[in-house]
Design a protein around this ligand. Structure first.
Ligand code: COA
Length: 280
C-alpha cells in the first residue's frame, strides 16, 4: 500500500536511526497556509487516508502532525500568520444542517488520528484553534513553539467543539479550565497552555523541529510492540476507574513477559548493547 497523495497534505519520511535501519517517522503537514491550514473536507479525507496508511505500514513507527508555514505574501500584502490549524473550515458551515454535519463529523479523521496504535506528536507553531486544538489533543504528545496560540472559539460561532475537545481537552486540562476555554472562546499562549497541561514542551520556533524530531527518533527506537501495549494501557486510564485500570496494566505488563522484545531488551541492558527489537 502506497502513501496516499493529496493536494492539501504533505507526507515526509525521516529515518529513526540511520545506522540500525529501524524504520521511519512520518511528518504529516496540513498544507493550506493561505487559509491557516483550516480543516476542509479534502484535508479531513486526506488525513483519514494517511491514518489508514500509517497503521498499515510497518515502516512508520511514529507520526508527527503539523501545519504548513505561511507563504511569502504577494507584494504589498501582509503575511498570513503562522498556524498549526485555525479550526474547521468555517466556510463549509454556512447553510449546513444537522444531517450534513452529523454525517461529516461521525467517524471523522480526528477520531482516526486518536485511534492510531502508533505514537503521535503534534508540532504546533502558530494558531491551534477549534478543530486545530482538537487535532493537537488527539495526538499523544504536544510540543509547541513560543508563537503557538490555543483556543476553542466555536462559542463565538454559536457552536461548541465537535472533534472531541469537550472530552479530550477536559482530560488534559481538567473540568474547570476546559469549561473556561470552551465558554469564553478566549485564546491562550503557549506558556499558559504548558502551565495548564495542554502542551508538554514549549521551545523557540527555530528549535521546534529539532525538538520534535529528536523525540520522534527516541520513541521510534523503542519496541513497537511495547509502545502499542503502552498506548492502549495508558488510554485505559481515560475509560476505566483506577482499580480496573491497574488491573488492565497488570495483565498487559504480564503479557509482555511472553514477548521476544522483553528478552531482547533485558539482554541488551545486561550486555550493555543496543536492543535489536523483533517488533520494529
Ligand atoms: N476557516 C476558514 N478560513 C479560515 C479559518 C477557518 N477556521 N481561519 C482563518 N481562515 C482564513 C481567513 O478567512 C483568511 O482568508 P482570506 O485571506 O482568503 O480572507 C485567512 O485564513 C487568514 O486569516 P485572517 O483571519 O485574515 O488572519 P488574522 O491574522 O487576521 O486572524 C485568526 C487569525 C486565527 C485569529 C482568525 O483567522 C480566526 O479567528 N480564525 C477562525 C478561528 C476559529 O474560529 N476556529 C474555529 C472554527 S470552528
Amino acid at each position: 500500500m502506497n502513501p496516499p497523495e493529496s493536494d492539501v497534505l504533505r507526507l515526509d519520511l525521516h529515518p529513526v536511526d540511520d545506522e540500525r535501519d529501524l524504520g521511519r517517522f512520518a511528518v504529516l503537514t496540513i498544507d493550506r497556509p493561505d487559509k491557516l491550514n483550516a480543516l476542509n473536507k479534502d484535508v479531513m479525507d486526506g488525513l483519514k487516508a494517511v491514518c489508514t496508511w500509517v497503521e498499515s505500514t510497518e515502516d512508520v513507527r511514529c507520526l508527527v502532525v503539523t501545519g504548513a508555514p505561511p507563504n511569502d505574501p504577494p507584494e504589498g500584502k501582509r503575511a498570513k500568520p503562522h498556524a498549526f490549524v485555525a479550526g474547521a473550515d468555517i466556510t463549509e458551515f454556512l447553510g449546513a444542517d444537522s444531517h450534513t454535519i452529523r454525517e461529516r463529523f461521525t467517524d471523522n479523521a480526528v477520531e482516526a488520528l486518536w485511534g492510531l496504535s502508533k505514537p503521535t506528536i503534534a508540532m504546533v507553531d502558530g494558531f491551534a484553534l477549534g478543530g486545530g486544538c482538537e487535532v493537537a489533543c488527539s495526538c499523544d504528545v504536544r510540543i509547541a513553539s513560543t508563537r503557538a496560540v490555543f483556543g476553542t472559539p466555536e462559542i463565538n460561532l454559536g457552536l461548541i467543539p465537535g472533534y472531541g475537545a469537550t472530552q479530550r481537552l477536559e482530560r488534559l486540562v481538567g473540568y474547570g479550565k476546559a469549561h473556561e476555554l470552551i465558554m469564553t472562546g478566549e485564546h491562550i499562549d503557549a506558556n499558559e497552555a504548558a502551565r495548564i497541561g495542554l502542551v508538554n514542551h514549549v521551545v523557540e520556533p527555530e528549535e521546534l523541529e529539532a525538538r520534535v524530531f529528536s523525540m520522534a527518533r527516541t520513541i521510534g527506537s523503542k519496541s513497537s510492540h511495547a509502545l502499542k501495549v503502552g498506548k492502549v494501557t495508558v488510554r485505559a486510564a481515560l475509560d476505566e476507574g483506577l482499580t480496573d485500570g491497574v488491573a488492565v496494566e497488570a495483565e498487559a505488563f504480564a503479557n509482555l513477559f511472553d514477548s521476544e522484545d522483553k528478552e531482547i531488551g533485558v539482554q541488551a541492558f545486561l550486555n550493555r548493547t543496543k536492543p535489536e527489537w523483533q517488533h520494529r
